[in-house]
Ligand binder design. Structure first.
Ligand SMILES: C[S@@+](CC[C@H](N)C(=O)[O-])C[C@H]1O[C@@H](n2cnc3c(N)ncnc32)[C@H](O)[C@@H]1O
Length: 256
């Protein structure tokens, strides 16, 4: 699929999901947010960039610790949600842009911290995105990626499940693959952390592939094998499962 077609698919999917995504409590879950902000190491005089910021959940949380936060996202409906969140929280130190993570509209070294959450699995080629994040981060600054990282054994099934749940899914990296992308981008690894994000299937999926998705989860539950690697179980009429989230924080070397 061409890059344009993939981007069109992203915008279509996240225009539909902008409001539900913004309102789902799981996306503002406290432990994950605390670990994310700790990894980012944001201080009161820092400028932060949130790449693929969606409805601005992380950006607005970061803005309560930073001097200024900029959020960029490909989907205008997500940026509209982000502006609403900013207004409802009465925050004045943010700005937003509709833009592609592949080509960030900022100068070299413009930010102290550059982060992205739950976006890398939408990127057909994450390396150039990480290179862009590094480019706009100052020397000595921090670049942070937070995303689902299946194990090597579950990666193929996890990707199948995610593609059924969300057709704009590209591929989730394993933690080792994500760390390798960091090395290839020339970043210095500082911290690796993670958390499991519990979700109800009915709140994070819809659409034409729901039957196939349910079958996949039910096969795991009935066999007792965790082939998708998300610890699925029945919860009344619903299915509960956990996204395996990793956080990797790198620093940009003082001398490049
Ligand atoms: C699952 S949402 C995550 C939103 C937000 N980062 C969060 O954690 O709440 C993924 C977001 O990535 C955005 N996205 C995907 N590919 C992108 C790209 N190439 N450039 C910018 N944004 C992109 C989508 O529009 C969507 O808002």
């Amino acid at each position: 699929m061409s890059r344009t077609a993939h981007n069109d698919r992203i915008v279509e999917q996240f225009t539909r999901w902008a409001r539900p995504f913004s309102e789902l409590p799981v996306h503002a879950e406290a432990e994950g947010m605390a670990r994310t902000l700790a990894a980012a190491g944001i201080g009161p005089d820092m400028k932060v960039l949130d790449v693929a910021c969606g409805p601005g959940i992380v950006a607005c949380a970061a803005a309560q610790r930073a001097a200024h936060v900029t959020g960029i996202d490909l989907t205008p409906a997500m940026i509209a949600q982000a502006r609403e969140r900013q207004e409802s929280l009465r925050l004045s130190n943010l700005d937003w842009r509709v833009s592609d993570a592949m080509k960030l509209p900022f100068a070299e070294g413009a930010f102290d911290v550059v982060l992205t959450r739950y976006s890398f699995h939408h990127m057909p080629d994450p390396l150039p995105v990480l290179r862009e994040m590094k480019r706009v981060c100052r020397r000595g600054g921090r670049v942070v990626v937070i995303d689902a990282t299946p194990t090597p054994e579950t990666q193929a099934a996890y990707d199948r499940m995610e593609t059924l749940r969300d057709p704009s899914h590209a591929s989730a990296l394993t933690l080792d693959q994500l760390r390798a992308v960091g090395r290839e981008a020339g970043l210095k690894e500082g911290l690796v952390d993670g958390y499991r994000l519990t979700a109800q299937l009915s709140t994070v999926a819809d659409g034409k592939d729901m039957q196939a998705l349910l079958q996949m989860f039910e096969a795991d539950i009935d066999s007792g094998e965790d082939r998708i690697g998300v610890g699925a179980c029945r919860d009344g009429y619903d299915i509960r499962f956990c996204f395996p989230i990793s956080i990797v924080a790198w620093s940009v070397a003082d001398v490049i």
